[in-house]
Design a protein around this ligand. Structure first.
Ligand SMILES: C[S@@+](CC[C@H](N)C(=O)[O-])C[C@H]1O[C@@H](n2cnc3c(N)ncnc32)[C@H](O)[C@@H]1O
Length: 351
């Protein structure tokens, strides 16, 4: 069901029976493309692959199967389980899910746990390696998962060959999202679905949490939650702005490498129906600067830092950390944010 990158004939792995080309395999990842990890200049379609972000993508949550992704995987799995429990999915080997731009596997891995047959595609070999690590850490087999380095702008799959496509948090990283959507439509079988996840603020406001007891005294009171959250936001802004203020005099400015688009509008021109399902959540969570923001900015993990030269970056971070330790204390990284998880909105566009 794959397409040979050399002659475009339909092929099964590992070799094209028409032209004889064999798809190279690196660390269990089929290399369907030799396109660059990222294209940010020139006249051609641009995209931001995450090869350079890699390890810093999820910080300390690297191996975590987030509740949001587990819920999404269950919903998607149930769609192809013909009304059966998700756990029985492996009984249907004909149904195939493509997780396009799968990243570190936050959807592929929980979905593989449900027994689904998946193709996980990304332009970054490092992200695909992190996917393997997440699966291994959680003792989830990737036996039914085909890992592919592929470019979403030219998906190496045959027309009408997959049942479901997901492409979470990636269309904004491509200058021509319409081209990717046309590719998704092309490879979907008739009646197949492109399924998207979005966050919707839930009913459960943060201030309600100080009253949520379940028989126990609340962990944090309202005043403390508010003070912590204000301090967290203040420090994030101060660190981010301070970083760029150190670089701007050297002519280095933040570059926003992302593109705006209206997914519903683009999909309405392609797909025949659109269905929505809202999954309420509202689970409380706590996170600290050290859990995500700090390791990511310190390691040039935000896409607007992509072009910052290493020396200038390291000098700016070094100075900033000294200033922050002096002004806010050695443990400023432990500053906490108290949040509630957004509700999960699932949209299915059907071919
Ligand atoms: C923000 S991450 C999202 C990962 C995952 N889907 C998730 O929801 O967490 C975006 C991913 O898109 C990938 N990507 C960017 N451009 C791509 C392209 N042209 N083809 C395939 N993958 C691409 C990046 O390498 C990265 O892993």
């Amino acid at each position: 069901m794959f397409l040979c990158p050399k002659c475009n004939s339909k092929m099964t792995l590992p070799s094209c029976s028409f032209c004889g080309h064999t798809i190279p395999r690196l660390n269990h990842i089929w290399q369907f493309t030799d396109a660059p990890d990222m294209v940010i200049d020139g006249d051609k379609d641009k995209y931001i692959g995450y090869e350079h972000i890699g390890e810093n993508y999820s910080g300390s949550r690297k191996y975590l199967l987030e509740e949001r992704d587990v819920l999404f995987a269950e919903e998607v799995s149930s769609l192809i389980s013909s009304g059966q429990e998700a756990a029985q999915l492996s009984a249907d080997p004909d149904k195939i899910i493509l997780d396009l731009a799968c990243g570190d596997g936050c959807f592929t891995v929980p979905c593989a746990k449900n027994g689904a047959r998946l193709i996980a595609g990304d332009i970054s070999n490092t992200m695909l390696r992190l996917l393997q690590e997440k699966a291994a850490h959680n003792h989830i087999s990737l036996e039914n998962v085909t890992l592919c380095r592929m470019n979403a702008l030219a998906i190496p799959l045959a027309d009408e060959s997959v049942d479901i496509v997901t492409a979470n948090s990636m269309l904004h990283l491509i200058s021509n999202p319409q081209k990717v959507l046309c590719e998704i439509y092309r490879i979907l079988k008739k009646g197949g679905c492109f399924i998207c996840q979005d966050d919707r603020p839930g009913k459960n406001l943060r201030s309600d949490l100080s009253h949520q007891e379940n028989g126990h005294p609340p962990k944090y009171n309202e005043a403390q939650i508010q003070a912590d959250n204000e301090k967290y936001s203040q420090l994030v802004n101060a660190f981010y702005n301070g970083y760029w203020q150190k670089l701007m005099p050297q002519g280095i400015l933040p570059k926003k490498y992302s593109w705006k688009f209206d997914r519903d509008q683009l999909c309405s021109g392609l797909f025949s129906t659109r269905e929505e399902k809202l999954i309420p959540r509202g689970t409380p969570y706590e996170t600290t600067l050290e859990d995500g923001f700090l390791p990511r900015i310190i390691n040039r993990g935000f896409s607007d830092q992509t072009h910052v030269p290493k020396d200038a970056h390291e000098k700016a971070i070094h100075e900033l950390l000294d200033e922050f330790h002096e002004n806010y204390g050695e443990d400023f990284g432990r500053t906490m944010f108290h949040g509630v998880e957004d509700d999960l909105l699932i949209t299915a566009y059907r071919k």
